[in-house]
Design a protein. Structure first.
Length: 550
C-alpha cells in the first residue's frame, strides 16, 4: 500500500495546526460534538456498501468497503478536527487489513454522480465533503471544499505499538471564511473518506475500526482524536476523555466459525505516548531549478466579443508533448490595455488524467499540485488539448474594435519535487486573441509588437517585466540588450560587456537601460547585473539602490 504522507508528518502537521490557535482549555465542550464512522456508497455510485462480507466473497478475492468519517455538532464553532484510528479483532486476523484515503480532489466514482445540494445539482466523479460551497464552473455547478485537509494512511504504525493498519486525518477551518455545511447538517456529508480492504481469504470474525486515544509525547496537550472548538479569543479541545462522542464501526466476515454476538468491540485505550513524531529541526526550503523547454505550450482559445462584454470561461489549453507534471504554475496576463480585467472563475485544473486538482493562489501565482493521486512521489500524465484552467476577461465599454493579443506572464511545469529541491521547466506561451466587434473601422489593437507570435518565459522570471519598447532616451531599466524586454539575456549581455566592452558592444539605449542600480552615480558595474537578476525573481524593483541588494 502506498503512503500519502508519513504518520509522523501528519501528526506533526495536525499538532502545528491546533497549536497555533488562540489560548485553549481541555474539557467539556459548549456544544455537543461527536465523530463516527459509517459506510457510504460504492464506487458505482448506486449501491451502498455492507458491513457483512460473505464467505464466498472473501474466498473469491479482496473485498474493499468505503467508510466515511462524519462529524456531528449542535453548534457550528469547530476549528479543527483530528482523528486517528486502527482495526482490531478478537477472533480474526487483521494483520493484512489495509486503509486507503479517497481524496475529494480525485475521481472516486466510475461515472458522474448527480448530487442535489440546495437548489443546485452537482454532477461529478469526485466525493463531496461536509464543508463547502457550490459555485458556477466551466462545466456546470461545482462543489469546492472549505478548509484544509491533511491525511495519512499506513499499513502499520510501530511507534505507538500498533500491529495492524493505521489511519490519521486532520481538517482545519478556513482562517478567514470559516466553514459552511455543504448540506443541511454537519453530518450529511463526510469529513473524510477511506477504503478498508480485507484481503482474499481473511479469517472469519468481527473486525472493528475505532478511534485511538492517547497524547503525543511532544505535544502533550494535543490528543490523537479531538475536536477543537470555540469562539474568537478562546478554544476548547474535546477528546474522548473530555466528552467527545465517538462511534467506531464493525464488520463481520462470515465463515465456518460463528462470529461473536457483540457488534461494537472497542479496542483497549492506548496509553503509551508515541516516540518523537514532530518534524525534524533544520528543515530546508525547496529550491526550484528552472530550465526553458519549448516542447510544451499553453494557449487560450480565440474569442469574439463586444465592448462592455464579460467573456466567461475562456479555455486555456495545454499541449504537454508527453511531459508529466507534479505541479502546474501560471500567472495571469498583464499586457492587455488599461481597463481590461482578467480573473480565474474556476480553480479546477481540468487537464489531468482521471482527477481534477485545484489551483491555489499565492501572491500573483496560481499553483496546482497534480501528483498522481495513487503515488504522490511521481508526477501525473497530462491530457493534451484539455483546458488547464479557464479565465474570464471583462472588456471595457470604450474598447475599440480590433484584434487584441495577450500572453500569460508565466507558465511552467514542475516535473519532480522533494523536500529540498524541485525540477521545473518553463514552456512556450502562445498568444490568446480577442476580436472586438463594432461598427467603427477595424483597427489593429494588438498589445505586442507586430509579428510577435510566441513568448518563452525566462528561466527565473516571476512575474515577467514589462515588454513595452523603450523610447529613445527613456530608460527601460534592466533591458541591457535593448530588445524591449527584461530577462536573463540582459544579464548575459551586460556581463559580457563588463568583461570585455571592446568585443561585446551595447547600444547607447542599452547602456542607459543597464544603469539600473544607483542610477545617479552614472556608472555601470556588477551591481547593475545583480540588480537585474534579483528583479527577475521579484526581490527588488528597478531602478534600485545598492543597499537594496544586501
Amino acid at each position: 500500500m502506498k503512503k500519502l504522507i508519513s504518520a509522523a508528518a501528519a501528526m506533526a502537521m495536525a499538532a502545528s495546526m491546533v497549536s497555533s490557535a488562540v489560548p485553549f482549555a481541555t474539557g467539556a465542550a459548549d456544544a455537543d460534538k461527536g465523530l463516527y464512522f459509517d459506510i457510504i456508497t460504492n464506487r458505482d455510485g448506486k449501491t451502498k456498501a455492507s458491513t457483512t462480507i460473505s464467505k464466498d466473497d472473501i474466498a473469491a478475492g479482496d473485498v474493499t468497503i468505503p467508510v466515511g468519517l462524519f462529524m456531528k455538532e449542535s453548534e457550528k464553532n469547530t476549528k479543527t478536527i483530528k482523528a486517528e484510528w486502527t482495526v482490531t479483532t478478537k477472533d480474526g486476523d487483521a494483520s493484512d487489513v489495509a486503509f486507503t484515503l479517497c481524496p475529494f480532489t480525485s475521481a472516486y466514482y466510475t461515472d458522474n454522480v448527480d448530487t442535489k445540494i440546495g437548489d443546485q445539482t452537482v454532477s461529478s466523479k469526485n466525493l463531496i465533503g461536509f464543508s463547502g460551497k457550490v459555485t458556477k464552473s466551466a462545466k456546470g455547478a461545482k462543489w469546492s471544499m472549505l478548509g484544509d485537509n491533511v491525511s495519512a494512511c499506513l499499513d502499520k504504525y510501530d511507534e505507538i505499538g500498533l500491529a495492524d493498519a493505521y489511519g490519521s486525518v486532520a481538517w482545519t477551518a478556513h482562517p478567514e471564511l470559516g466553514y459552511e455545511y455543504t448540506g443541511t447538517t454537519s453530518d450529511e456529508f463526510p469529513v473524510f473518506v477511506f477504503e478498508v480492504t480485507f484481503p482474499k481469504g481473511t479469517k472469519a470474525g468481527t473486525y472493528t475500526i475505532d478511534f485511538l486515544n492517547y497524547l503525543d509525547a511532544k505535544n502533550s496537550d494535543v490528543p490523537s482524536t479531538m475536536i477543537e472548538a470555540g469562539k474568537t479569543g478562546s478554544s476548547v479541545r474535546i477528546s474522548p476523555d473530555s466528552g467527545l462522542q465517538e462511534d467506531g464501526i464493525s464488520f463481520t466476515i462470515e465463515g465456518d466459525v460463528t462470529p461473536p454476538t457483540t457488534t461494537t468491540t472497542t479496542p483497549p485505550k492506548t496509553t503509551t505516548a508515541p516516540a518523537d513524531t514532530t518534524k525534524p529541526s533544520g528543515s530546508t526550503t525547496t529550491t526550484i531549478n528552472y530550465e526553458t523547454k519549448d516542447d510544451f505550450t499553453i494557449q487560450p482559445d480565440a474569442v469574439t466579443a463586444k465592448p462592455g462584454d464579460l467573456i466567461e470561461f475562456i479555455p486555456v489549453r495545454i499541449d504537454s508533448n508527453g511531459r508529466k507534471a507534479a505541479t502546474l504554475v501560471f500567472e495571469l496576463p498583464t499586457d492587455l490595455p488599461k481597463g481590461w480585467e482578467v480573473e480565474v472563475p474556476d480553480l479546477t485544473c481540468y487537464c489531468m488524467d482521471g482527477f481534477e486538482p485545484q489551483f491555489k493562489k499565492l501572491a500573483e501565482t496560481y499553483n496546482a499540485p497534480v501528483f498522481d493521486p495513487s503515488d504522490k512521489n511521481h508526477p501525473a500524465p497530462i491530457v493534451d488539448g484539455e483546458p488547464m484552467v479557464y479565465i474570464n476577461i471583462k472588456v471595457p465599454e470604450d474598447a475599440a474594435p480590433g484584434d487584441y493579443e495577450y500572453f500569460f506572464s508565466r507558465f511552467h511545469i514542475v516535473e519532480s519535487t522533494t523536500s529540498t529541491s524541485a525540477v521545473a521547466y518553463n514552456g512556450k506561451v502562445l498568444p490568446g486573441k480577442i476580436t472586438i466587434e463594432g461598427d467603427a473601422p477595424q483597427t489593429t489593437a494588438t498589445t505586442k509588437p507586430v509579428g510577435t507570435t510566441t513568448k518563452t518565459p525566462d528561466t527565473t522570471k516571476a512575474p515577467a517585466q514589462t515588454t513595452t519598447t523603450a523610447k529613445p532616451g527613456t530608460p527601460l531599466y534592466g533591458d541591457a540588450s535593448d530588445d524591449g524586454e527584461v530577462n536573463i539575456a540582459d544579464v548575459v549581455v551586460l556581463n559580457k560587456w563588463l568583461h570585455n566592452n571592446e568585443d561585446y558592444a551595447m547600444t547607447d539605449q542599452g547602456k542607459l537601460n543597464a544603469n539600473c542600480c544607483d542610477v545617479s552615480a552614472g556608472k555601470i558595474n556588477a551591481e547593475d547585473s545583480d540588480a537585474i537578476i534579483k528583479s527577475l525573481v521579484s526581490l527588488v524593483k528597478l531602478p534600485c539602490a545598492a543597499s537594496d541588494l544586501k
